[in-house]
Design a binder for this molecule. Structure first.
Ligand code: BGP
Length: 480
């Protein structure tokens, strides 16, 4: 549906961009920081690890100045649990507290709203060694950790995100840093994270009078490959397992019925501890944040079907007897094989708003590509501009459809280490000069998309045109 009178983005729309601590800070063991599971995970030889990343820890002042120059209204970043509590519990690391005070204050100095993810894939290694999320003690550790965050930063941070992509940590546990455990244990871990999240939401409302908090899963609408009723059923079941299981607990305090009965059938139901039900029901998010990259397509799957590959956040393989991931022939792909589906973004926004009726902020959306730095210091990333423009157009349409969207944070503010595919897969508006294993000078360069997004923000999303000639005329690509 097209609109003859298309309304624009709301006034005060939060145009932003995001990063996460382990993917950009570096200083992995500096100033008292403890090891997280990301610091000990096995990295394929020749691929970047997280020791230096893009050295944001030492360069945050110049980086945030660049984000301010781009015009950001909000900067989404995560706090490394192990910088605050090196062992996950126990003694607080004052240098860690001081670092994030500086980051928050620097944002505020430029009028940028800080949006804090409290946990982005980087569980403290010490907690992991003690059983990780399977151990209910991790719920208490998380509650204590977030209490420290609210008490130290709650006077200045308004927007809090509980757990980044809990659904992906559960569905793709091995590639995102935690190794394999049985499916039953994984669902119990998931339940413990749900309870931990609920406790964080309750605490936020108690401690931070102006605080707003929400979950941040990865949402991908699931298309049936055909209009065969069996394919539609497969898509619905997979969508319940992939998307709604997590959001239903966060919003309604109870599991999605389809997802629950799938777990019952597979004998992987989580066990509720005493008091869990009340805690889950008492917690209420103020908004829903979600990360959107693309959509999935599935068909019904035979019981004896062999499932190939492992998939990743955006690539569905399947589960025998339930659903089988197929290539969507209507959609192009990035160089890394992820589908590109801007209209799917509109579908996702409408679906999430229709289900939960809560304001939405997009916390990730972007394209990972092999960027190249030209001899005169430029990065002509027209593919990124194209990707983002099409998604912003669809977001505007979704707003016209009625979805209450209050912010958009593309991934990522600057190049950083991918969650499992190294440094060559670049997402940022700002190029960071390093390779997979050589740190070079780590100098920052503004990509063409930097100037483009700057104009998008300054016109509140009205001007999405790609005027590369003007932008590269004298200013684009200058280093700072
Ligand atoms: C999301 C994660 C991010 C980010 C992004 C891109 O799943 O929340 O941390 O990495 O995906 O994924 P990747 O880095 O694997 O390309």
């Amino acid at each position: 549906m097209k609109y003859t009178n298309l309304k624009g983005f709301p006034e005060n729309f939060l145009w932003g961009a995001g990063t996460s601590a382990f993917q950009c800070e570096g200083a992995a063991l500096e100033d008292g920081k403890g090891k997280s599971i990301q610091d000990i995970k096995t990295i394929q030889q020749g691929m970047a690890d997280y020791c230096v990343a893009c050295d944001f820890y030492h360069r945050y002042k110049e980086d945030i100045a660049l984000l301010a120059e781009m015009g950001l209204k909000v900067f989404r970043f995560s706090i490394a649990w192990t910088r605050i509590l090196p062992e996950g519990v126990g003694e607080v690391n004052r240098k860690g507290i001081a670092f994030y005070n500086e980051v928050i204050d620097t944002c505020l100095k430029y009028g940028i709203e800080p949006m804090v993810t409290m946990y982005h894939f980087d569980l403290p290694a010490a907690l992991d060694a003690a059983g990780g999320w399977l151990n209910p003690a991790t719920i208490d550790a998380f509650e204590e950790y977030v209490r420290i965050l609210f008490e130290n930063y709650g006077d200045r941070v308004k927007y809090w995100l509980t757990i980044n992509e809990q659904n992906m940590m559960i569905l793709h546990r091995a590639i995102l840093g935690s190794g394999e455990v049985s499916k039953k244990d994984t669902m119990q871990e998931n339940h413990h994270m749900m309870v931990a999240q609920a406790k964080a939401m309750i605490l936020c409302h108690k401690i931070c009078p102006n605080g707003k908090i929400g979950p941040a899963p990865n949402v991908s609408i699931v298309y049936p490959f055909s209009c065969k009723p069996e394919d539609v059923l497969a898509a619905n079941i997979y969508s319940a397992i992939r998307n709604w299981l997590y959001l239903d607990v966060a919003v309604f305090g109870e599991y999605n019925a389809l997802a629950w009965n799938y777990m019952r059938e597979k004998d992987i139901l989580p066990v509720y501890a005493e008091g869990d039900e009340e805690i889950l029901r008492a917690a209420h998010p103020d908004f829903i944040a979600f990360n959107y990259y693309n959509t999935q397509t599935v068909t019904a799957c035979r019981e004896d079907q062999s499932i190939e590959g492992k998939g990743d956040q955006q690539t569905t393989t399947g589960e025998a007897g339930i659903y089988l991931g197929l290539k969507n022939p209507h959609l192009p792909r990035t160089s890394f094989g992820w589908l590109i589906d801007p209209v799917g973004f509109r579908n996702a926004l409408n679906e999430v708003y229709g289900r939960y009726h809560l304001p939405i902020v997009i916390t990730e959306n972007g394209i990972g590509e092999y960027d190249s730095l030209t001899e005169d210091g430029r990065i002509h990333d027209s593919y990124r501009i194209d990707f983002l423009r099409k998604h912003i157009e669809q977001m505007r349409l979704a707003i016209n459809d009625g979805a209450d969207v209050f912010g958009y944070c593309p991934w990522s503010a600057m190049d950083l280490v991918s969650s499992h595919q190294g440094f060559s897969k670049r997402y940022g508006f700002i190029y960071v000069n390093r390779t997979e294993t050589e740190m070079l000078d780590l100098k920052r360069y503004k990509k063409d998309s930097f100037y483009w997004y700057q104009r998008v923000i300054s016109t509140n999303g009205e001007d999405l045109s790609d005027r590369q000639e003007d932008e590269s005329n004298g200013i684009s690509g200058k280093t700072i």
